[in-house]
Ligand binder design. Sequence first.
Ligand code: FAD
Ligand code: EPU
Length: 353
Amino acid sequence: MIETNSSLKAFNTFSIDARTKTLFHFKDLKQLPELLALLKTVRAEKRPVLILGAGSNILFCEDFSGLVIKVELSGVEIIESQDNYLLQVAAGENWHQLVTDCIEKGIDGLENLALIPGVVGAAPVQNIGAYGTEFKDFCQAVEYVDLNTGEFFNLNAPQCLFAYRDSIFKSKGMQNALITKVTLKLPKKRQTHSRYGLLQKLDAAEKVTAKQIYHSVCQIRSEKLPDPDLLGNAGSFFKNPVVNKQQADDLLDLYPDMPNYPQADGNIKLAAGWLIEQANLKGKKLGGAAVHQQQALVLINQKNATAADIIQLAELVRATVEDKFNVSLEHEVRFIDSKGETNLKQVIKHVRA
Ligand code: FAD
Ligand code: EPU
C-alpha cells in the first residue's frame, strides 16, 4: 500500500510529527515487484529511501523527502530438532512478542532481551543487547533483499560482523539491504544468564529459570525506562563510551566509584548514564525535551518536544560530558533528515543557523 505526504508521528517512539513524501507498507514478499518499480521511480527523481521498523531507535530531524519502506512482513516458523529450536522469523514481527511467546512455549534463551521495543528485522542492525546478552548470541542467519537488484542473500552470524551496538547492516555498502527474515538458534540445554548487575540478586535462588529472568528483566526495565506509549523516547540516546586503560585509570583516580567494564581488548567501557548524571544533567529540560529522571541516558519528549529541542539537548549533554570528563559520547539513535541518515554534528549546525 502506497501513501503520500503521510505523518510519521505514530511510527517513531519519540512521537515527532515529521512527514514523508511517500510511504510504502511492505506486508508481503509478493509486493516486491511493486516495491522495486516504486524504487525505480524514486531513484529517478533522486529522492532518498529509508527502511523503517517501529521507529524506536530513530530521530526524525525534519520531514523526509523520499520513500519510507515500513517493514511489516509477518510469520514465525519453529523447527525443533533433538538439541535446538530454530526460529525463522519475518522482519516485521514484534521483538518482545516473540520473546514472550517463546517463554510461554518453554523455549528459553531470549529472556534477557525482553521488553526491547521494535521489530525483529531491526534487531541485527545494531545487534540489540541487554543484561549480558546480545542478538548475536542467538543469530544463525539473516536474510536480506538487495533493493537495487531484488536479489536475496543470506548471511551467517560471523558474516554479519556483530559488535557492541553495531553490525554490517550499519555500513554504507549495506544501505540497500532490507532484512526480510532472521533465523535464531536456541539450544535446549543452556545456562541461564543472570550474572549481570541487577539480575544478580536472582542468583540467590537455587535454580533460576528463564521465566524468572524474563519477569525480572521486565520489572527492572519498567522501573527505569519510560514506556514510549506514555513518554516519547528512543531508549539509550548515546552508546556507552569505550576508552583506553590509561584514560579510565585517570578518571578512576578522580572518581573511584565510577562504573567501568573491562573489555576483551584491554579497553574499558564506561557508563554514559553515570557520566551524564555526574555532570548534573538529570532532569535537565530544554524546550519540550528533558533528560529522564530515572535514567540519564534516556532523552524524553516530555511535552510536545520538537526535533530541534531534542537535538539541542543532545548537544548540550554531549558537550557538557566532554568538558567535564574529556569523554566523547556517540549517539546510538539514528538521525534522519530530509535526505537520509545524518549525525548530531551536522544537524546541530543546521539547528543553530
Ligand atoms: P527502527 O528504529 O525503525 O530502525 C532502526 C534502524 O534499523 C534504522 O537504521 C533502520 O533503517 C534499520 N532497519 C529497521 N528495520 C530494518 C530492516 N528490516 N532491514 C534493514 N534495516 C532495518 N536497544 C538495545 O539494543 N537494547 C535495549 O535494551 C534497548 N532498550 C530500549 C528501550 C526503549 C524504551 C526504547 C524506546 C528503545 C530501546 N532500544 C534498545 C533501541 C531499539 O529498541 C532497538 O534499536 C530496536 O532494535 C529498534 O527497532 P525498530 O524496529 O524500532 O527499528
Ligand atoms: N547510571 C547512573 N545514572 C543513570 C543511569 C545509569 O549512575 O542515570 C549507572 C548505573 O547505576 C550503573 C551504570 O550506570 O552503574 C549502567 O547503568 P544501566 O545498568 O542502567 O545500563 P546502561 O549502561 O545505562 C545499557 C544499555 C541499555 C540496556 C542496559 C541493560 C547502552 C547504550 N545501553 O544501559 O540499552 O538495556 O544496559 O543491559 O548500552 C538501549 O540501547 O537503548 C538500551 C536501553
